[in-house]
Design a protein. Structure first.
Length: 344
């Protein structure tokens, strides 16, 4: 392994003469930087490295700039553009794993395709125009559609030209987004969009376009909607539907902020604010891959006995509903005694 780590390309043997099974085992020991350098030695070696790249489940991420990230089971490896030939293939471990490379004439999109082919990648870990460059991210998203790739997380934030996003949104339902969708763009009042397929989690900061009909159809595990237009009646309809046995089997967390939540009508026969005012205080938390907790919620139950915890607040930044569905496998319910000021 020490030979592969530092001197893979200077080995005094011809790798291409190795039997395929042995060469496959050698390539499994290589990190993405070493495999990339090997692929650039010659066209024949590039083909060999591609065919025998091993069985690792590589993933790729792109954020719209002039670099690309390959994910493995452990660390990630960032390919970063440089215009200085003296820096080609130089690596640094400062603030992560970086290797400086010459970008192809087609820019990041061509590099994206090259890395897909080299590593046999079928999954995009993150796709996000975090540098404000939506054009290249849009092209990469279209590639993911054409290649039927899974996109685990797609995020739309910090985009100056809203029209770019509006033009792209019809393609969103063609993408296979599985884990997370985030959007913080404020769309025009007439904007309308409906999901055909939901990922596991959605976070929408400007969610006035997300209707009660979509909420009732949503299959997410976690739903967070800020700046919503939902009112008490909308939330009451949703929660009464949730109480039916078998409804929303995936849902674990719902958080909705809306200026239209008030104390003028009931939600599940309770007038907001809805909160536990008794002592001891109760904190309910989900301790799995996405942590969430509610303090001072009140218990509500489905017809099948499933327990949920509901809290509706009217003060603070914005009226807010929080709803957590408990599961004995990962949910902790703790009593928090009120502090005794007399002890001081």
């Amino acid at each position: 392994m020490s030979i592969l780590s530092g001197n893979l390309l200077q080995m005094p043997i011809d790798l291409l003469k190795f039997p395929n099974d042995l060469l496959r085992e050698v390539l499994k020991l290589c990190d993405p930087f070493e495999l990339y350098k090997l692929s650039k030695c010659s066209k024949k070696r590039s083909q060999k490295a591609t065919i025998l790249r091993g069985t690792k489940r590589w993933k790729i991420s792109y954020y719209g700039g002039n670099d690309m990230i390959i994910w493995t089971d452990g660390p990630n490896y960032r390919f970063k553009q440089t215009d200085n030939p003296e820096d080609y293939f130089k690596t640094t471990r400062r603030y992560g794993n970086y290797m400086y490379i010459e970008f192809p004439k087609g820019g990041p999109v061509e590099l994206f395709v090259y890395l897909l082919e080299l590593f046999g990648i079928r999954t995009v870990e993150f796709l996000e125009p975090s540098f404000g460059e939506f054009d290249n991210v849009s092209k990469v998203a279209k590639l993911s559609i054409d290649r039927k790739m899974e996109v685990e997380a797609f995020r739309i934030r910090n985009i100056e030209e809203v029209q770019d996003v509006l033009d792209f949104m019809p393609l969103l339902n063609q993408m296979d987004i599985t884990r997370e969708f985030q959007c913080s763009i404020k769309f025009p009042p007439e904007f309308h969009f409906e999901f055909v397929k939901y990922p596991s989690q959605i976070y929408i900061r400007e969610s006035s376009w997300f209707t009660i009909g979509q909420l009732l159809d949503c299959t997410c595990v976690r739903i967070e909607l800020d700046n919503s237009t939902f009112n008490n009646r909308d939330l009451d309809v949703f929660l009464h539907e949730w109480k039916n046995a078998g409804a929303f089997p995936n849902l674990r967390v719902l958080k909705i902020e809306s200026e239209k939540i008030d104390n003028q009508s009931p939600i599940l026969e309770m007038i907001p604010p809805i909160t536990n005012v008794n002592n001891p205080r109760i904190e309910v938390s989900i301790n799995n891959k996405f942590y969430y907790h509610i303090l001072d919620g009140v218990p509500v139950n489905k017809d099948d006995g499933t327990e949920g915890w509901l809290k509706v607040e009217l003060g603070g930044y914005s009226p807010r509903l929080q709803f957590l569905i408990a599961d004995p496998a990962d949910t902790v319910v703790e009593e928090i005694p009120e502090d005794d000021d007399d002890d001081w």
